[in-house]
Design a protein around this ligand. Structure first.
Ligand code: F6R
Length: 235
């Protein structure tokens, strides 16, 4: 793992944006795994700026998002579909057909997950996966458990995740969808390069466990220690 500390969120985001931009310039048809939440907003702003400056194009890029709330339609303002449109897809030249998110309203979540895993495999896997980290050590919505969750699956969100995400739902954890569809750890670990971003000192304790503690399913992000090409960025 390459671990880099920055002075600020802005500095971390700028570095992350240049890393993703380098990936796109080296391989214009890159397959990117993307995250939502507060952490990558600065990264997406940076990418939108680099696009506006003519330094990168997303015309041949394909994206797969990590997760989507279960039960939220794509049009809901807090869906991850809406988030991606707001912060990145509407600002760059990526064709909509090349952006992939799970259907939060899929009637058969297991079938939706099989479809999603197969689509990632068919795309040749992920060249670069962007990750944030949850207070409980989750990546994607792979929550702490008795074993590492390998495949895409429907997950009950941890109470700490509901509390953390309540800020997007009027501050009320009861309004946060209780479950989500998430990419599993096999796809994440199959990415050829991983960028893990940690947004702020309040997450230093869990980050320390993830990168320096034992590898164990109670801290899902700790599995990244077994990956050969991870950049950990924090401030
Ligand atoms: C979001 C995701 C989550 C978040 C994590 C941190 O797509 O997969 O793992 O990265 O919950 O969230 P923020 O960035 O809001 O602190």
């Amino acid at each position: 793992m390459n671990v880099r500390q920055f002075d600020s969120y802005e500095a971390m985001s700028r570095y992350a944006a240049f890393s993703v931009a380098t990936q796109i310039r080296q391989k214009p048809d890159s397959v990117l795994g993307l995250a939502t939440g507060s952490t990558p907003i600065g990264l997406y702003d940076g990418l939108a700026q680099l696009y506006q400056e003519g330094l990168i194009s997303f015309r041949r890029v394909t994206t797969f998002n990590l997760d989507e709330y279960y039960g939220l339609p794509a049009e809901h303002p807090e869906s991850y579909h809406a988030f991606m449109k707001r912060y990145l897809f509407s600002k760059v030249d990526i064709p909509a057909a090349q952006t992939h998110l799970m259907d939060g309203c899929a009637k058969d979540p297991a079938e939706e997950c099989r479809r999603y895993d197969a689509a990632i495999t068919a795309a040749g896997g992920l060249d670069l996966q962007v990750l944030g980290i949850g207070f409980d050590g989750h990546i994607g919505f792979n929550e702490p458990g008795d074993s590492f969750a390998v495949d895409c699956h429907l997950v009950q969100l941890d109470p700490s995740t509901l509390a953390a995400n309540a800020r997007f739902f009027g501050g009320d954890p009861a309004k946060v969808p209780a479950s989500a569809l998430t990419m599993g750890l096999r796809c994440i670990m199959g990415a050829r390069h991983i960028l893990l971003l940690c947004n702020g000192p309040e997450k230093h304790a869990i980050l320390k466990q993830a990168i320096g503690g034992p590898v164990r399913p109670e801290v899902p992000a700790s599995i990244l220690q077994l990956h050969p090409n991870v950049d950990v960025l924090f401030f």
